[in-house]
Design a protein around this ligand. Structure first.
Ligand code: ITT
Length: 197
């Protein structure tokens, strides 16, 4: 079966395709240029994932449409960047700008205790403008003030998941896709997908 993944972030698509495995054909907006996503005006991951899944599904009649809204919560920053993870350093910020801002913010703080936090992901499945299912997943870890590793995307090179000694920028894609926020949200979604396929 196939699914439209309502994202313009190709890294997310790559991960979702790998996590779902060969049984699913995952196409993102590059394969569905007619699908447009409404602006993410919500103040929670869930609200924004609903906006993307519902608006995306209106442009792809009859198809299963999945959306992912995700981000990084840092405890000492009061949960920032949170839902604003993609825009932390400004509306037109690149991932490198956002990482630079996070490093700057953390570097100003006392360095004696680890900077704990988590990645969170909300996945919403929709069809024809209606929400079918909502799941959440997160992965706890700690943040560094210097990037380590070239792999992954976004804040991966600054985040060490609990139980590991390396950042998501160093750990393999296979490892990340077993324990990530996205993998956990998708594991819960998979059962629902199986009933709809
Ligand atoms: P779409 O809205 O088109 O899906 P986006 O990248 O703008 O793409 P979000 O609005 O959900 O997605 O923003 C999530 C941001 O959080 C993303 O840009 C990354 O900076 C960060 N993020 C989410 N998941 C991540 C991951 O697995 N590894 C590293 N950073 C991640």
């Amino acid at each position: 079966p196939s699914i439209v993944f309502a994202t313009s972030n190709a890294h997310k698509t790559e991960e979702v395709a790998a996590i779902l495995g060969d049984a699913w054909q995952v196409a993102d907006l590059r394969a569905h240029p007619g699908v447009t996503l409404d602006e993410e005006t919500g103040d929670t991951f869930e609200a924004n994932a609903i906006i993307k899944a519902v608006s995306g599904s209106r442009g792809a009649p009859g198809l299963l449409v999945l959306a992912d809204d995700s981000g990084l919560e840092v405890d000492i920053l009061g949960g920032a960047p949170g839902v604003r993870s993609a825009r932390y350093a400004g509306e037109t910020a690149t991932s490198a700008d956002n990482r630079a801002k996070l490093k700057t913010e953390l570097s100003k703080l006392p360095q004696d205790v680890p900077f704990t936090g988590r990645f969170h992901c909300c996945m919403v499945l929709a069809r024809d403008g209606k929400v079918l299912h909502i799941t959440h997943g997160s992965v706890e870890g700690r943040l560094l003030t210097q990037e380590v590793g070239e792999g992954g995307f976004g804040y991966d090179a600054l985040f060490i998941p609990d139980g590991y000694a390396d950042t998501f920028g160093v750990l393999s894609a296979e490892t990340k896709n077993q324990l990530s926020h996205r993998a956990r949200a998708l594991a819960a979604m998979k059962e629902q997908l199986a009933t709809l396929a």
